[in-house]
Design a protein around this ligand. Sequence first.
Ligand SMILES: [Zn+2]
Length: 409
Amino acid sequence: MKAESIRINSKRLNDRIQEMAQFGALASGGVKRLTLSPQDKAARDLFKQWMEELGLEIAIDEIGNMFGILKGKNADRCIGIGSHLDSVPTGGRYDGPVGALGALEVAQTLIENNVQLNSTLVVANYTNEEGVRFFPDMMGSLAHVKPEEVPNYLKAKDKNGITIDDALKEIGYNGGMKCGTLRYNHFIEIHIEQGSILEERKIDIGIVQSVQAIHWLKLTLIGKSAHAGTTPIHARNDAFYALSKLSCFARELCYKIKDQLITIGTIEVKPNVINVVPEEVVVTLDMRNLSDDKLKLAINQIENFIATDESFAHIKVSKEVLVNVPAIPFNENVVNAIDKSCQQLGYSSYKMHSGAGHDAQILATQFPAAMIFIPSKNGVSHDVDEYSSPEQIEKGANVLLHTVLHLDE
Ligand SMILES: [Zn+2]
């Protein structure tokens, strides 16, 4: 059979995604499969068994990243495909497994059709993508590109004081391979969109061109508490009033600066009493933009507002930057290969950007990479109601298969 006409086995892939969902299954239909937990071990064991049954060579690295290796004709070339199997505490069945099991399905389809690639194909499951149990998120892919950080990562503790090192040993996934050993010529990840753009536009495939820049800022605003009945308005030093003005200003900025998003997601007010003027507010700002320069502009404008607005005149402000990640552009060749595959397969596609972080964005800092998005029902993700249909998953995996074939040429 000619390589252009081969297709993945949709039933097998979708059955495996549902079978995977038994590990950490919640009564509501979702999953709780925190990284390196007993549920994650069970998922990993089955994933490993499927890879072994296919004859893939198994390698586990020091941070527990799992790889199934299918040797190609040319020892110098390597294509990586995969995602993650861990979930958030009230996660769905699709965030991660679509990419990891989609990659496995591509390897199996190639083997069954007797297609031997020039490149070695690596099917990957990266450890701790979600970052719920251990900080930082996307740890496995970070370890792949920054092996010098591995000793620090191994010391990361969960809330019970268990280190990654302990957790890996407990489940038997403390592998012997040095992180970063596998050098990809290309890396491709399928993932659910986790947003509603594809569904709204009735598009089969999102071709992800970049991941937006992200800046997390924590602000502590200190004013003065005062009696709500006896302190005249002009004499108040109200930390919450300053925040409320900042919040409105942040919204205006999002209208003014192209593609700017700002979310004030957590607020702590002290003393949080009905008849006391708030003395202190601790607040976080999640700021994102596709452009590093535009994000910088938004950050400057926020700082300028704090420095000059009358509501902040007597408020003491301290700042802490929690996260600052630049925008990651994906590789043009990989993007074009995905585009070409969609055209060949007759699937509609849309070039877009990712609002969420993914392993592929970390790997993209060293290897030419890109991502394939499939629609998410109602844009829901990190929730038990997450859903993508068997047909949507099938199309995503077929695009991955043909992208691999193009990149191998
Ligand atoms: Zn994910």
